[in-house]
Design a protein around this ligand. Structure first.
Ligand SMILES: Cc1cc2nc3c(=O)[nH]c(=O)nc-3n(C[C@H](O)[C@H](O)[C@H](O)COP(=O)(O)O)c2cc1C
Length: 344
């Protein structure tokens, strides 16, 4: 299937692996790229020193295009993208921040930049800054979407923008891909679907327990990691959504983040306070600790896990290649069937 997304990124299938913290790691990134989609490495788990080695690890596993994703307001976000630019990574994907400097630097070596947005204003800003495509994320998505759902957000941004659009939030199959194309997108990004694949290194127990969830088993709260986001509705997420971390928790949590992702303590405190305040700093750290517990140990009692509503449509743990191939062939069949349905 050829679309503006496949042409822009030089890939076979119009499907992107979402940059998921502690999930979109080299093995999964390479599996998606090797299967014809675009793998997107999430850099939040790494220091700038480490990220260079990790990018090279991906290059050893695939000779296909791949990208590096960073959330610019998180510790190390800007620094890690700067390393990806030095390494001339073909695709850069940024979220939650201003990316004009990334676009300028990437274009100097022929790199392409995808801006992740969840509201119209940010889409307009990214287009003015010179982004090559938009990853437009609707309310159904795991983690940080905004208020408007995919069904309305995609056409409303497609109507205003000339850029290729990669639709995110709720996509897991061919029906979703066909719908995204009809809504005005040029392809899709999948987070939750590709997290539940054989190549994803998340603990098997977490994959199996997640599969039992329905579309209604998610919770949206800004109190889990300090930003509005969607998580699996489990005991830990419910408790965190109701709670208010203390000053003590804020500082002990900041120490924990420092250990987890090796950020200088002063930078963490100053950055955290400037952007988000003490309680959100604590929430960020507690959610990172919970996310590690879910992903590394399969602990979905005390751990927390971002998960999209599309979880309710999933029934298996396939390979990335299976996801790519069946998504595209199902979308093609559905488009044909639709033609017959409306003309007969
Ligand atoms: C475990 C997990 C971690 C995530 N971490 C991030 C992140 O660090 N930065 C980011 O921009 N999005 C993150 N996301 C959101 C995805 O990038 C993407 O927007 C979302 O998964 C799309 O919705 P879907 O899950 O319905 O496919 C994460 C999602 C999951 C499931």
């Amino acid at each position: 299937m050829k679309t503006r997304m496949t042409e822009l990124l030089g890939i076979k299938h119009p499907i992107m692996l979402a940059g998921m913290a502690f999930v979109s790691l080299p093995k999964l990134v390479a599996a998606v790229s090797n299967a014809g989609g675009i793998g997107m490495l999430n850099s939040v788990a790494y220091t700038p020193d480490q990220v260079k080695g990790v990018i090279r690890e991906v290059k050893d596993l695939t000779d296909k295009p791949f990208g590096v994703n960073a959330t610019l307001i998180l510790p190390n976000g800007r620094e890690n993208i700067a390393v990806a630019l030095e390494e001339k990574v073909p695709i850069l994907n940024y979220a939650l921040g201003k990316g004009d400097w990334i676009i300028k630097a990437a274009h100097e070596y022929g790199g392409k930049v995808l801006a992740t947005v969840a509201i119209e204003k940010h889409a307009r800003r990214a287009e003015m800054d010179g982004a090559d495509a938009l990853v437009v994320t609707g309310h159904e998505a795991a983690a940080h979407g905004a208020e408007v759902g995919t069904l309305v957000l995609i056409p409303s941004i497609a109507r205003q923008s000339k850029l290729p659009i990669i639709a995110a939030g709720g996509f897991c199959d061919g029906r979703g891909l066909a719908a995204a194309l009809v809504l005005g997108a040029d392809g899709i990004s999948m987070g939750t679907r590709l997290m539940l694949t054989q190549e994803c290194e998340m603990h098997q127990k977490a994959k199996e327990l997640s599969l039992k969830a329905t579309a209604e088993d998610t919770i949206c709260s800004e109190k889990i990691d300090g930003l509005p986001g969607r998580w699996l509705k489990n005991p830990a997420a419910i408790k965190m959504a109701e709670g208010k971390p203390s000053l003590f928790e804020a500082f002990s949590s900041a120490l924990r983040i420092k250990r987890l992702i090796n950020v200088p303590f002063y930078k963490l405190i100053l950055g955290g306070l400037k952007q988000r305040g003490v309680q959100d700093l604590a929430r960020q750290a507690l959610s990172l600790k919970g996310l590690k517990a879910a992903i590394d140990n399969g602990d979905l009692e005390t751990g927390v896990l971002p998960i999209g509503q599309a979880i309710g449509l999933m029934k298996d743990i396939p390979t990335c290649k299976e996801v790519m191939e069946r998504t595209v062939s199902e979308a093609e069949e559905l488009v044909e069937a639709l033609r017959k349905k409306i003309t007969s």
